[in-house]
Structure formats: C-alpha cells, structure tokens
Design a protein around this ligand. Structure first.
Ligand code: ARG
Length: 277
C-alpha cells in the first residue's frame, strides 16, 4: 500500500496566473474544490492507502498541490524551491513537516518543484526541466538520492511540470527487455510525446519502448496527472481514452472529478505527494 501526503484546499483560489491554465477572471467554486479534493482523499483511503495531511496556510492558494512540496525516496526528503514568489512560502512549510515527522531532510539549492518534476521510475529518477525545475536541481537530486537522474526537456507551456505530461504506472514483470533495466523489472509509463523535445522523445522511446502513448485530448484534461499504485490508476474522469488504454493493459482506472483544481493547472497527482520509506 502507498503512503501519501495531501493538503486540504481550505484557501484554494485562482488569484494569480503562473501557468496557462490559470485565469483569475474565471470563477472558481471553492466549496466544490473542497468536495472534489475530499472525494480524492476518500478514494485513496478506500484503496487502503495511508494519507497524512499537512496543514494549509492562509494566503497560499496553491498549497493544495502537495506534489510540489518535496521529493521523498528511500526515506530521504529533498525540499523544494519554487520558480514563482507566490508559492515560495510553501517550501519551508512542507520541509518542516517532514523534519518534524523525523525524516532525513535536505534543502533545495536550485529551483526544484518536487514531484511536479521529479518522478521515480524503477531505479531511475525522471527529471523535467524547461519551465519550472532547473537543470542544476537534477544534479542535486542525483547527489542527494544516489540514483541516476534522466533529464527530460519539456516544450509545451501547458505541460509545465513533468507530472502533467508523464505518469509512472508501475513495473512490468518482464525482466529481459531493453532500456537499461536488464535483470530488473522495467517501469511502465504513459506520456504525451508532443510535450517533450525531439531528443527527450527519443530517450523516452529507448527507455520505455512499451509505454502507453497518450492522446493530446487526454493530456488536455490533465489525464496524465494520474496516481498509480502499480495496479489501480486514479485519473481525471474526462480522460476516457486513456482510461480505456490503461484497462487494456490490465490496470484498473479509477476516475475522479477535479474540475475546480484544474482551473489552477492541477489534477490528482498534483494533489498527492508520495512518501517512499
Ligand atoms: N497552480 C500551480 C502552479 O502552477 C499548479 C501546480 C500543479 N502541480 C503539479 N504537480 N503539476 O504551480
């Protein structure tokens, strides 16, 4: 079972715009945002996962996006440093939560938006850059975690974080294949090729020859901002094509409604920080 950290959207709003999804002129139903988030929380609990809650802070409307609060691998916590000043105070709030919980914490030294841009795939960390997390932060993550980091270049501003363009689904049981994972089960991912530079697309094809290739329509409802426990994949309900693709690969798609949080550019994964002991 998985262990997640979430943050209730008590102070959620869209009153600044730091990505193309955000328009402060579009009304947000704050009550519905809380109800949708509460249903996501309940979904994880019903699946048997552990969910810890970080207290939301007034004046930080994006703090609900817990994935941006840290990266946690092997019980090691790498803190974050936000690109935009609007979100800066979230970084120490998340880091001190982990320090208080007894984790081995490390401060960010470069712009690094946590699991928004750093995703564990088998033994490797996939690391996005181009809009938020700086390339220098990838080297820092490699040093802190002692895991090989693979840099991926994002090119479409709508897919400003890696977790909006790529989802790690789980591991295959096939230990033989290509991709540098010989002798170990290979991770399986779903992604939108158009969100990546030509070189990064080639890297993804080499590493993940059996990836689920998502459609632009499914990505455009943040379908790739999904949370997999290796078997069950929690994803936006509107991503029907992706849900069918996942089901045909033997995953169980679990649709959730997050229309209000999507107005800030976030989906289920953005609301969910995975704690790996
Ligand atoms: N409004 C937030 C921002 O632009 C959304 C963050 C979404 N988080 C994520 N992990 N993709 O920073």
């Amino acid at each position: 079972m998985a262990h997640y950290v979430m943050c209730r959207p008590t102070y959620f709003a869209v009153d600044y715009a730091i990505n193309p999804w955000m328009d402060p002129a579009t009304p947000v139903d704050a009550g519905l945002a809380v109800a949708q988030w509460t249903a996501l929380y309940g979904t994880y609990r019903a699946l048997g996962h552990t969910v810890d809650l970080v207290d939301p802070l007034p004046g930080l409307p994006d703090m609900v996006f817990a994935a941006n609060g840290a990266t946690v691998v092997d019980g090691i916590v790498l803190g974050v440093q936000f690109r935009h000043p609007e979100r800066a105070p979230e970084a120490p709030a998340y880091l001190s939560w982990f320090a208080d919980a007894g984790f081995d914490t490390h401060e960010a030294k470069y712009v690094n938006e946590g699991e928004g841009d750093l995703l564990l795939a088998g033994r490797y960390l996939l690391a996005g850059t181009g809009f938020r997390t700086e390339h220098a932060a990838h080297a820092r993550a490699q040093e802190v975690f002692g895991r090989p980091v693979i840099t991926l270049q994002l090119v479409d501003p709508r897919y400003y974080h890696l977790d909006t363009a790529l989802c790690v689904l789980g591991d295959t049981s096939d230990e033989s294949g290509p991709g540098g994972f010989a002798g170990r089960p290979r991770p399986v991912v779903a992604y939108l090729p158009e969100a990546f530079s030509p070189g990064s697309r080639a890297v993804l094809r080499r590493l993940f020859p059996d990836a689920v290739v998502a459609s632009p329509a499914d990505a455009a409802v943040l379908g790739l901002n999904a949370v997999s426990d290796g078997r069950r994949v929690v994803l936006p309900a509107e991503a029907r094509g992706l849900a069918d693709q996942l089901a045909s690969r033997g995953y169980e798609p679990i649709p959730v409604h997050l229309s209000e949080l999507r107005k800030a550019g976030g989906g289920p994964k953005c609301c969910t920080l995975e704690v790996r002991r």
